[in-house]
Design a binder for this molecule. Structure first.
Ligand SMILES: *Cc1c(COP(=O)(O)O)cnc(C)c1O
Length: 368
């Protein structure tokens, strides 16, 4: 009999399914890379900000040296932007790193973590990696049911993950619902409020989550430079929490988890409000373009507050996979979400106008 390596809870993990890279689709389907449209990973279709490119070029000559383990300049930029001292900030190798640090710092094998059905795939992954027990709370209208989540918190619950807006469904929780939820959570349970798509929210929907961090010592707000800031390939995210919780996260953080180019680019991007505004405008226009097409085609979609839309492409449980394959053959990469329990749906990242148009044309062809 072969020897089983590693604990059962690690062997039970289903690996994260990332969006297919353009090069892989080109190889697999014999397509020209330049003609492939990738709307699969919620990346910024504008590319990275020029300011970030210049900052990286300036940092290039120092690459023989280790990065600043404390990320002083990046924390200074975050501190200035969000009005919190540096000892309230934890830097992450993407905000994925933050989500995992929280589980590693707070959850022991057998203890429970609460998250919603159809919420981000990394929550169950991070939970399972530490031998935690996931308590999956049924979604309401494809989003978080915060009353049910508060009620689901058990005696052994250490952590709750909330995504706002949520990925892959795009749903949004208004500030008053989150405030009411935070007031109900026991002080010994930490809430991670994952705001990866916050920068896409319309001004009237923006809320002050940092004020909640000041109020609640058990709250971690998580942000990323991967989405609206256009730096997904560099892997930068950060957490804001009160110093005791921040100290805990930093004890298990790898000292050099954010590399020097990433730190330099992130400082520039955080200060590039023009790029951020342009990204949000482009996204709002693209959202109208995609949803108008879905309505014209009679396709159901979930109203989204992020840079992607979940659309139902058929009534049978093979629909998502079938339409996805047909789109790939047309050179359009989107994201199937059967692994989320949504086999009739596809998630489409909002692209440039011409990319959205190419996707719409391919979808019409595939569904006709
Ligand atoms: C994309 C995403 C993240 C993290 O992305 P990173 O690139 O690791 O920062 C976190 N949460 C949600 C909900 C996301 O969609």
């Amino acid at each position: 009999m072969s020897i089983q390596l590693g604990p059962d809870y690690v062997r039970a993990i289903a690996p994260y399914q990332a969006g297919k890279p353009i090069s892989e689709v080109a190889r697999e389907f014999g397509l020209d890379e330049a003609k492939i449209v990738k709307l699969a990973s919620n990346e910024n279709p504008l590319g990275m900000p020029e300011s970030a490119r210049r900052a990286m070029q300036a940092a290039f000559d120092e690459l023989a040296r280790y990065p600043d383990a404390n990320g002083f300049e990046l924390k200074q930029a975050i501190s200035a932007r969000y009005g919190v001292p540096q000892d309230w900030i934890t830097l992450g190798n993407g905000s994925n790193d933050i989500l995992e640090l929280a589980a590693h710092a707070l959850v022991q094998p057998g203890e429970s973590v609460v998250y919603a059905q159809y919420s981000f795939a990394v929550y169950p992954l991070a939970t399972q990696a530490v031998g935690g027990r996931g308590i999956v709370v049924a979604a309401k209208d494809y989003g978080h049911d915060l009353d049910a989540m508060a009620a689901a918190i058990a005696a052994d619950t250490r952590l709750v993950y909330i995504a706002n807006p949520n990925n892959p469904t795009g749903t949004f929780l208004p500030a008053e619902k989150i405030a009411a939820f935070l007031a109900r959570v026991p002080a010994n349970v930490v809430v991670v409020l994952d705001e990866a798509y916050n920068e896409y929210l319309a001004p009237e929907l923006q809320y002050d989550s940092i004020a909640w961090v000041r109020e609640y010592p058990n709250l971690i707000v998580s942000r990323t430079l991967s989405k609206a800031y256009g730096l997904a390939g560099l892997r930068v995210g950060f957490a804001i929490a009160q110093p005791p919780l921040t100290d805990l996260l930093n004890r298990i953080r790898q000292p050099f988890n954010v590399n020097s180019l990433a730190q330099a680019a992130a400082v520039a991007a955080l200060n590039d409000t023009e790029f951020l505004a342009r990204s949000a405008r482009l996204n709002a226009d693209g959202y109208r373009q995609l949803t108008a097409a879905f309505e014209a085609m009679g396709l159901e979609y979930v109203p989204s507050f992020g840079n992607f839309v979940l659309v139902r492409v058929g009534d049978d449980d093979g629909a998502g996979a079938r339409v996805n394959l047909a789109l790939l053959k047309q050179g359009v990469i989107v994201r199937p979400v059967a692994s989320y329990g949504l086999p009739q749906w596809l998630r489409i990242s909002i692209g440039l106008p011409e990319e959205n148009e190419a996707f719409i044309a391919a979808l019409k062809k595939v569904l006709s």
